[in-house]
Design a protein around this ligand. Structure first.
Ligand SMILES: [Mn+2]
Length: 316
């Protein structure tokens, strides 16, 4: 059920013990908005804890509170007044939904949110869930501590491509400016998050050998079957690297993570890629979306490329 920002603020005000979660395979916005909200609620004297059902990449250790992010433990039931699920639909929070016994307040900016939570506050115009948390703090007449601001700024910066993508609005920049005024050190965040091990950059170079053009050069893709993927140390950040290629409208990366299980990331310069992702049960944003295809690699590749072709023809 959809609720307003004011109602969302009222639900948070009324709760004392609050568990915060976000999507598995957590990114800067999932982690930044979760920790930012945690710091804010703790300042209000509430008991707030972040639980995410996945490993947290070490690059996020520059964020205050990183070391306090917990993982749900099987059979260890937690009773709380509220479970806040950030940047996600409920199907992607892993076992947190089983472990935490509380009404679910979902806060998100993905237009593909399934609206399955008890309460949902959705604002697809926000660049990041962290931008919504910023608005919530304002709605609740709160102030930003440096710790809170560092985390929210990280969410804003990462989801907007460091304030470069089309989702960057005057409101995003104003939020960023106010967080900077609260003490954010943007260089600490960017240097921390952009750290890569040597093997990872080398892995990227290996993965790039598999780059191909499709559909008259309008689509660039890297398709890695499981055997190839096993030989590559790391292929994180591949789609953002290839999307800059001149003349392309869409970038796609497909990785066969396990036999008959392929993960897909897409970036576009205008085409609504959620229309392609949702055909395969995925979701995301107009210019950045993803999905999983449970098919053998050759079939997954062919079906995805066909779906992209159809979407491009429908757009024309
Ligand atoms: Mn986000």
């Amino acid at each position: 059920m959809k609720i307003s920002l004011r109602e969302t603020a009222a639900k948070l005000s009324a709760a004392q013990k609050i568990i915060i979660t976000a999507h598995t395979n957590p990114d800067g916005d999932a982690i930044g908005s979760s920790l930012g909200l945690m710091h804010f609620l703790q300042e209000l004297g509430k008991e707030a804890q972040v639980l995410i059902d996945d490993d947290i990449p070490a690059i996020f250790d520059v964020l205050p509170g990183y070391e306090h992010i917990g993982k749900p433990e099987e059979g260890k039931i937690i009773a709380a007044d509220l479970l806040v699920a950030l940047d996600v639909s409920l199907d992607r929070i892993g076992s947190v939904s089983e472990v935490v016994k509380a009404p679910v307040l979902n806060i998100d900016h993905h237009i593909t949110n399934d609206d399955a939570a008890d309460m949902l506050y959705l604002d697809g115009t926000c660049a990041a869930t962290a931008e919504i948390i910023y608005q919530l703090v304002k709605e609740m007449k709160g102030t930003f501590t440096k710790d809170c601001a560092m985390c929210l700024y990280t969410g804003l910066a990462t989801d907007s491509g460091w304030f470069r993508y089309s989702n960057t609005t005057p409101a995003t920049m104003r939020a960023g400016a106010e967080l900077l005024a609260a003490g954010v050190e943007p260089n600490i965040i960017s240097e921390g998050l952009e750290r890569r091990p040597y093997e990872s950059v080398k892995g990227l170079a290996d993965a790039l050998q598999h780059m191909e053009l499709f559909h008259e050069g309008r689509v660039v893709g890297v398709f890695l079957d499981n055997a190839t993927l096993e030989t590559i140390e790391s292929s994180e950040g591949l789609v953002d690297m290839i999307r800059t290629i001149e003349g392309t409208e869409l970038a796609v990366v497909l990785k066969e993570k396990e036999k008959d299980f392929c993960r897909v990331s897409m970036r576009s310069k205008g085409l609504d890629v959620t229309k392609i992702a949702t055909q395969f049960g995925g979701g995301g944003h107009v210019r950045a979306a993803g999905c999983a295809i449970q098919k053998p690699f050759p079939e997954a590749k062919a079906e995805l490329l066909a779906a992209i072709r159809t979407a491009m023809e429908q757009q024309a």
